[in-house]
Design a protein around this ligand. Sequence first.
Ligand code: ADP
Ligand code: MG
Length: 837
Amino acid sequence: VPSAPAAEASPLARPPVKPAVFVPVNRSPEMQQERLKLPILSEEQVIMEAVAEHPIIIVCGETGSGKTTQVPQFLYEAGYSSDGSIIGVTEPRRVAAIAMSQRVAKEMNLSQRVVSYQIRYEGNVTEETRIKFMTDGVLLKEIQKDFLLLKYKVVIIDEAHERSVYTDILIGLLSRIVSLREKRLKPLKLLIMSATLRVEDFTQNQRLFSEPPPVVKVESRQFPVTVHFNKRTPQEDYSGECFRKVCKIHRMLPAGGILVFLTGQAEVHALCRRLRRAFPRSRHRPPEKDDQQDSVEETRKFKKSRARARKAQAAALPQISLDSYSVLPAGEGDEDREAEMDDEEAALGSDLDLDLGDDAADGGEQPDASLPLHVLPLYSLLAPEKQAQVFQPPPEGTRLCVVATNVAETSLTIPGIRYVVDCGKVKKRHYDRVTGVSSFRVSWISQASADQRAGRAGRTEPGHCYRLYSSAVFGDFEPFPPPEITRRPVEDLVLQMKALDIEKVVNFPFPTPPSVEALLAAEELLIALGALQAPPKTDRVKQLQRSRLSCPITALGRTMATFPVAPRYAKMLALSRQHGCLPYAITLVAAMTVRELFEELDRPAASDEELARLKSKRARVAQMKRVWAGQGASLKLGDLMVLLGAVGACEYAGCSPRFCEANGLRYKAMAEIRRLRGQLTTAVNTVCPEAGLFVDPKMQPPSESQVTYLRQIVMAGLGDHLARRVQSEDLLDDKWRNAYKTPLLEDPVFIHPSSVLFRELPDFVVYQEIVETTRMYMKGVSTVEVQWVPALLPSYCQFDRPLEEPPPAYCPERGRVLCHRASQFYRVGWPLPAVQV
Ligand code: ADP
Ligand code: MG
């Protein structure tokens, strides 16, 4: 870390820089007491001096030292927003933006009209807003509207160590904006806040900052954490290992919260159940909650409700209607059962584990019910109210145990943790750059992450960190996690940057630049989508590459860039202003961008009862999918019709949590879709006021011809995700049975079993994504007609005679066309009814 001029300067050497204005804040005495405990409070003077003297500064400090909650308050008190300017704070995670705005408002005794947040779907920003927490994507959009960000006097980029793609871009852009604002004599201050100490990417980057900005390091009162490595080689069953470790800690070690790091939601829930079972909070419960009785009672209830559910389903089936969104009334039995399931306490399986025996052998006592364990899950898709529970002190006489995914590593600090159990793994989306296939992979964390996790144990007193891997394995970890920008496709970024008229994206001052191949792939996709102008044809590869890396944006591209969705989806929106397709396209895009509309039902069951519950729910979901997909024309839209149907049906049912629960839909996802539909409608109205759309949550089902147009719109957006069914005459060997071939992948791909087209096996499909598990599976599948290719995706075709410019959307002549991307497998004739491009 380069020495920090401002940090070095002792406050005694120079008279302190007096704030121009001092804005008093009326905090409660208790709150003030709590603040004074935070290490960053003793650095207020140093930080504020550095801010006064330098346009850009970096603040480094351990997680929990108070950066996010306190620095905006320092700036507010020093008058940085007293003239009506805004102090902006960006967070890479939505959870953090919301939670932190609430926390800061509470600490300052101000309303959320003054300390507000804005995330993609929602916000509570008003005219009075002075401190604004937002996701980094939101600020990027604002830069597009007002490049100089004139309404801000300070921008804080928080959690810069996470190296999220948008954070990286923002730092690059803001380094320019700061110097432009200096020239205008309306200086903008930039604060970069980071948890770990690897700031060289920022400070030693000549392209980014001509002179390295000062680094203020916040010494935190971190208590020593004793790290215990496992002696044995790492286990496959790390969940089981976590369970045993928590049991031991809880039985044998003094009071203090336990924080367990696992990799995913399903694991988190499974471990929570196991722990609750082993350490029931029986003292606080009526006697019928006794384990034995509990499971007998549960089984009885379950059997009864299953019988009722069956009856209700049988009665409901004949109501299937092909003409409208079908809302099957949820059987009464289902509702009972789902309500029970929702109550997590009631959902305990009979999973008293065999491992307990093991543990008793090497650890000693039986589960000690005298000190109950207060077990809480924490992961990013958890409902916000449940997330907030981890900040509450545990009930009197219990020990807190939070089972979390990576979210607890840096963005949220849980009070009172003294023991950390670290499985050493993290689940990350992995993208294959060539094929675009993404898969979730569990891999080892980095040394920096491991230390970060360990640090969570030493916030209030000396703590312990139990690593479920050996020190040798730790030695092989990467020192730092690689920045996200080097790991994922960048087409959305490239489009946003082109819309800011940054034509040569390769020359942009990225803290860590993405690879040239990634940039090329992005430009190529954007050219194919019509968002960028195709460069003139040339034979020389070098020249082609150079011109490809500096294609200007097209009018369509500008329209696409205004929609807050990925370029493929933005293209769909841009095309759908015809035949009344817009409301459907908006709904489809909203549903496709929201992660996981359906509940995860393939999770391992902890007990027979749970297994039966999961099975019956799976059957229910499969049945509903068939209903929503309909038949004939509508079924051709496949899984995307299911999305439309599910959203429509849910809205007709008042979007109730009960309806979602009964049909295996995630309520949170549905609520998000509703918000995004509203937001996209506003975006469309801005781009094209004559569309005059209004948000009507309930829509009529699309007509048959609209379904066909929607399939074309989807194809225009997902054109590079085309797949052809391997015909029986092409079958070389068995691994190609029921398989599809895509232009880019060597290996067979399959329709995912959860798709409504799984058994239909249409000849040509487009897919939303390929996910690799045991095989490569296409998800979000819709059928298309190959004859549409030349009209909708001209850049994927080689024509046997030159095309007029621009490519005609609809040409009455007939000609032979060869689709060059897909030339291995088809020749097509054209044209057919097409969407106007
Ligand atoms: P940093 O940004 O340096 O990681 P924060 O400013 O997020 O630190 O946190 C400072 C302190 O405020 C921590 O001790 C944390 O536990 C506490 N804190 C943050 N949010 C809440 C909340 N919602 N309720 C209670 N305490 C909170
Ligand atoms: Mg923070």
